[in-house]
Write a protein that binds this ligand. Structure first.
Ligand SMILES: [Zn+2]
Length: 245
């Protein structure tokens, strides 16, 4: 792995428009379990009931129970890991200019990264479906203790700021992600298995526009064959080595 990291260091040294693309594997070291696969959250909570927009509209209490018992305690105690701080450091050094994330935990912003595109929304940003008023996770949790589903002061039902199954991705974020992929000089995939749209297409867009493509993921991905460097290791360990002198 050290040889690959040396190669990556050299490429980073001549890049100044790096985009980091982060997925579930990136937040795993912060204690946030992945959704898919064995032991993933969706093996415990059927997403067609707990995280589907049509089901949510019929009966939002399933999602909000899931939030109360699972999401809220997990996200509330989660802290940014070495990988998050390494990206902040790379931003300070003028290397990384933007992060595109599939994660919904808001940990990049908490660590101090300034430019983050959230493709799947953010668990921390809850809003009223009637008047659009915003609620924090703590406020929502307090309302949840007394009423299910939680309601706004106007009587409207609260909705999570995450993209549920059956909902389109936020168009503005998607547009920005596409533009970013076209204009970067390095597209750095970090902890994403690159199987769901648009994760599966953004690296190829970057590559087609002459960016260097680097994939760091514990498991192989379907786009490894077009990458310039593939490192199948723990992401935060790789990034810690990358920023060390
Ligand atoms: Zn309201």
């Amino acid at each position: 792995m050290d040889e690959l990291i040396s190669k990556l260091k050299k490429l980073v040294s001549v890049s100044d428009k790096i985009v980091a693309f982060t997925g579930a594997g990136f937040s795993a070291d912060s204690g946030i379990s992945t959704f898919r696969g064995a032991g993933g959250l969706w093996s415990k909570y059927d997403p067609s009931i707990y995280a589907d927009i049509n089901y949510f509209i019929q009966d939002p209490s399933y999602y909000w129970n899931f939030f109360k018992d699972e999401r809220y305690p997990t996200i509330k105690k989660a802290q940014p890991n070495d990988g998050h701080y390494a990206l902040v450091e790379l931003e300070k050094r003028g290397k990384i200019y933007r992060i595109i994330t599939q994660n919904i935990d808001g940990l990049h912003q908490l660590a101090g990264s300034s430019d983050v595109i959230e493709l799947h929304g953010n668990t921390r940003k809850i809003f009223c479906m009637s008047c659009n008023k915003n609620y924090s996770m703590n406020e929502t949790y307090n309302i949840l203790k007394r009423e299910l589903p939680p309601r706004c002061s106007c009587g409207g039902i609260l909705k999570p700021g995450t993209v549920l199954f059956g909902e389109p991705l936020p168009q503005a974020a998607l547009d920005m992600a596409n533009i970013t992929a076209k204009n970067c000089d390095m597209f750095l995939v970090l902890g994403s298995s690159l199987v769901v749209y648009p994760a599966a297409s953004l690296p190829a867009i970057a590559k087609k526009n002459d960016a260097v493509l680097v994939i760091v993921n514990i498991d192989p991905t379907p786009l490894d064959n077009i990458a310039d460097i593939v490192i199948n290791e723990n992401v935060s360990k790789v990034l810690s080595k990358l920023i060390s002198h």
